[in-house]
Design a protein around this ligand. Structure first.
Ligand SMILES: [Zn+2]
Length: 540
């Protein structure tokens, strides 16, 4: 896999790097799990932007279906009013708060979506991919999904069966339905998975999907006639489209499918669909089969992240614990929040969060290793050189080792974050470099060298401080996609922009490793403390 994109051979419309989150179900407020996926997508997006690529980041909300209708009813409002309120008061403000730089936010109740969805399913109907039939079976309203008897758990009584995800009784549903011929796509899907081994990640997710598709796929019921909160089937308006079939199409309707062919050609197929592992089959089986039926290209990758646990309890839409993302950002700050989950939990695996672990990483990695380094270097340039960055005229092996460490950190971070979505690995590489710079200062002892007033001593001191400041210049660039506000504070403190290096947002991953970019003479100031000491844990 190439570490950097090469667009030199592309034609008039270079394909964009297109990242999507799932569109989230707005039956409730966003929780830590939603924020985890959305921050990951944001970091991936910002990383590719920093490579100088054209990038498009999409998120949004899934607003149809029986569960939302019932939630709205229970709250005494119409489903549309319910969705409008949640989207405007909870979802969009949280993404703004977390500095999510999405390019678009699609809502499945918008006409730009529903009109295209109707065209898409009409096309499949005209091609004979959709037919009318009957179905009855156990149905979980929480999942919006018919269940197989083997997937259910025993309930409190002999006839009661529970959804294995929601631990709530399933309902018996009998419907005259329209079906999508999913069963016809098993062999083609398996062929596709074999030809595209990176399509589903991580490997555990891929294996699960392979095992599922290797059994006989059943045709998929794609309409409901027992309620009306959904997209009506254009040829039979008594039916609304199954909410999942409606929702999945957001990835193409937002990208210009059926409305803007030029834009669609530039954006589709998506580079990465980020999904939770509970919705993997929809994205790795049903969605590709629907696209095959429509004759459209398939997304390049579907990457499933694991569960976040708090004390072993899964934080998902069906089992919320009481911690809202803002409970954590108000204590640790937004940037530390963005950093923590990606650093602490290997992407793709389940991981647990604890207040203690967050506090420990905040203190040791962010405040001590990184924040202190930045403030010490700025303080010494201030004290010994009146805040004017001196030149490194006496560089030797020790300085070369720091420059080499940077080269290695940039290469590792670019591969891990930009290509492998191994955010924890990429951040580890960057913080390994921060540790190296701390070690360099400990060994070089500039505070002792400062006492040597000879020309040689002053040249040594200047060299050490330039080296440390230059290392911070690169660190600001590398951390900008993860902690944009903190990186900006550091950029300002180094006087980089005023010295002619341009805005932080204009720096690229490729030039991060170019040693010696920070201009001599830059005005270094001791700015804001990057990671202030934490208050005591609030008692709720
Ligand atoms: Zn369920």
């Amino acid at each position: 896999m190439a570490a950097t994109a090469d667009h030199s051979t592309t034609g008039a419309t270079a394909p964009a790097y297109y990242v999507s989150t799932p569109i989230y179900y707005v039956n409730d407020r966003p929780h830590l799990g939603h924020a985890y996926t959305t921050v990951a997508g944001d970091v991936l997006t910002r990383w590719h932007r920093q490579r100088g690529e054209k990038v498009w980041y999409l998120t949004g909300t899934d607003e149809h279906g029986q569960k939302i209708m019932r939630t709205a009813e229970a709250n005494g409002v119409s489903p549309q009013q319910w969705c409008d309120k949640l989207v405007e008061e909870a979802w969009k403000p949280l993404w703004e708060h977390l500095e999510i730089a999405n390019d678009d936010f699609i809502r499945t109740t918008e006409e730009r979506h529903t009109a295209r969805v109707q065209e898409f399913v009409q096309d499949l109907f005209d091609k004979g991919e959709i037919y009318k039939g009957g179905y009855s079976g156990p149905y979980c309203v929480g999942c919006e999904e018919f269940k197989l008897p083997a997937e259910l758990l025993d309930g409190a009584t002999a006839d009661e069966k529970l959804c294995a995800v929601h631990k709530r009784p399933v309902e018996w549903l009998e419907e005259e339905n329209y079906f999508f011929r999913l069963s016809a796509y098993g062999p083609r899907l398996l062929e596709f998975y074999a030809a595209n081994p990176d399509f589903i990640q991580p490997a555990s997710a891929r294996n699960e999907v392979l095992r599922f598709v290797e059994q006989d796929l059943k045709d998929l019921s794609i309409s409901r006639s027992t309620f009306d909160w959904g997209v009506p089937l254009p040829w039979d308006e008594k039916h609304v489209l199954y909410v999942w079939v409606d929702a999945l199409q957001n990835y193409i309707t937002a990208a210009g499918y059926g409305s803007d062919p030029e834009r669609f050609a530039e954006l589709w197929p998506a580079s990465v669909h980020l999904v939770g592992k509970d919705i993997l089959r929809f994205h790795a089986v049903i969605w590709p089969a629907m696209l095959m039926a429509a004759g459209l290209p398939l997304p390049k990758r579907v990457v499933a992240n694991g569960w976040l646990m708090v004390g072993g309890e899964k934080m998902s839409k069906s089992n919320l614990t009481g911690i809202a993302p803002t409970d954590l950002t108000s204590h640790f700050g937004v940037d530390a929040y963005r950093y923590y989950f990606l650093r602490a939990i290997p992407f793709g695996t389940d991981g647990s969060f604890s207040w203690e672990d967050f506090t420990a990483r905040y203190t040791s990695e962010l405040a001590n290793d990184f924040g202190n380094l930045a403030s010490r270097v700025a303080a010494m340039v201030g004290k010994y050189f009146d805040g004017v960055l001196p030149a490194a005229t006496a560089a030797g092996d020790a300085e070369q080792a720091v420059a080499d460490g940077l080269t290695a950190a940039v290469a590792a971070a670019d591969l891990k974050i930009g290509e492998e979505l191994d955010f924890a690995g990429g951040l580890a590489a960057i913080f390994e470099f921060v540790k190296q710079v701390n070690g360099y200062l400990t060994t070089q002892e500039p505070w002792k060298v400062a006492k040597d007033e000879s020309e040689e001593g002053q040249a040594r001191l200047a060299t050490i401080l330039y080296t440390a400041a230059e290392a911070l210049r690169a660190t600001a660039v590398l951390l900008n996609p993860v902690m944009p506000s903190t990186a900006e504070k550091l950029w300002v403190s180094l006087g980089a922009e005023a010295a002619g290096l341009g805005a932080l947002g204009a720096q690229t991953v490729a030039t991060a490793a170019d040693w010696g970019r920070l201009p001599v003479g830059a005005t270094v100031t001791k700015g804001e403390i990057l990671f202030p000491r934490l208050e005591e844990k609030p008692t709720a």
